[in-house]
Design a protein around this ligand. Structure first.
Ligand code: SF4
Length: 353
């Protein structure tokens, strides 16, 4: 056999959600306090995060997995994640409990449906999809560390909430536990420049890139190298658009969509200019009934938005117009032509008359 034949490269991957910055800082302080008291070095490793999937795979599968994850995250509605008190996996791990488990479990189920096959290396290396969402305080504890730690933390209280709207995929190329993780995908990054202008200011700090390496500068360099090596792949993306495909409209029966982006009969999506479609509207004022949005009314002169934030809850409304919540949301902008009298009525609503 030729000595030139190389074994395909394999890497370890971690798909996760991270809490917003202030909550993350609070959990880091708890991890430090745990380390100070019980000298458990694992408590200091990594920033707080909620793991969704871990898997080992050939690096050659990476671009297909990233593409699929982009599609899944595009359909992801922001999730409210509630944290409450502490839990443990006897006799090695202590963590903060996630109370709103069903939302996470649904997301993991969705990822499993779309990516299980792609994430499986072989029969001995299948992806691990979490069933018990949690944020680890310390793991790999020695028996005495666990017993004493759990005795104390089982009586302590913790409470926190954050909105998650993006996922982060990390990779390390060696099974050596001391090698660096670096970011392959942050589903928020694709529109980071535009996200800064996002109208939902409460979502601005949801997902800074997670860094598990103490040498932050090196990690950023690694990330930069990845960006260069994947430039060819990036060129396939539609510049200036958050969504890259038109997702299925749930109200339409016969539709041609890219359900499986790796399929051989895929077509190239043309990068069409934005269209402005005029529409008569009764009012441009909407009553906001969602408990997650802190306002009573909103005023929208348009439906659709070129900013194209991947998590935007307004995307789904485009399906009522017969369009897709994907690319159509960003390039078919409905302009609500509203007569001045309707605006007067609207301002009456706003004034409570
Ligand atoms: S896409 Fe949605 S969230 Fe983003 S700026 Fe437009 S309306 Fe706001």
């Amino acid at each position: 056999m030729s000595a030139d034949i190389k074994t395909p490269a394999v890497a370890e991957y971690l798909l996760l959600i991270e809490p917003r910055k202030d909550l993350s800082d609070a959990i880091i302080n708890i991890k430090k306090a745990f380390y100070d008291q019980y000298k458990a070095p694992e408590a200091l490793k990594g920033k707080p995060h909620l793991t969704l999937v871990s898997y080992v795979q050939y690096t050659s599968f990476e671009s297909r997995i990233v593409q699929k994850l982009r599609t899944v995250s595009m359909q992801l509605s922001p999730l409210a994640i509630d944290l409450q008190d502490y839990g443990s996996f006897p006799s090695h791990t202590i963590f903060i409990q996630v109370v709103s488990r069903s939302a996470i479990q649904n997301l993991v189920r969705n990822i499993r449906t779309h990516l299980q096959g792609l994430m499986k290396l072989d029969k001995d290396n299948k992806p691990h999809f979490i069933t018990e969402p949690h944020i680890t305080i310390a793991r790999k504890l020695k028996p005495w560390q666990y017993e004493q730690g759990w005795l104390a933390y089982s009586h302590q209280q913790f409470s926190g909430r954050f909105i998650a709207s993006s996922m982060v995929l990390l990779k390390r190329e060696s099974p050596d536990q001391n090698t660096s993780w670096f970011i392959v995908l942050n589903s928020r990054d694709c529109r980071s420049a535009r996200l800064r202008q996002c109208c939902f200011s409460q979502m601005k700090n949801i997902c800074e890139p997670i860094i598990t390496n103490r040498d932050e500068q090196k990690l950023q360099q690694d990330h930069f190298k990845v960006a260069i090596s994947s430039k060819k792949e990036e060129q396939q993306y539609l510049q200036g658009r958050g969504a890259q495909i038109n997702t299925r409209n749930r109200f339409l029966k016969d539709e041609r969509v890219k359900e499986h982006v790796e399929a051989i009969d895929d077509w190239d999506e043309p990068n069409l200019a934005t269209q402005y479609i005029e529409q008569e509207a009764k009012t441009i004022v909407n009553k906001v009934e969602s408990p997650d949005v802190g306002m009573a009314y909103s005023m929208n002169a348009y439906a659709g938005c070129e900013h194209g934030c991947i998590y935007c809850y307004a995307r789904n409304v485009h399906e009522y117009w017969g369009y897709s919540a994907g690319l159509d949301f960003e390039r078919k902008i409905i302009v609500k032509k509203t007569r001045p009298s309707y605006c007067v009525n609207s301002s009456c609503i706003l004034n409570g008359k």
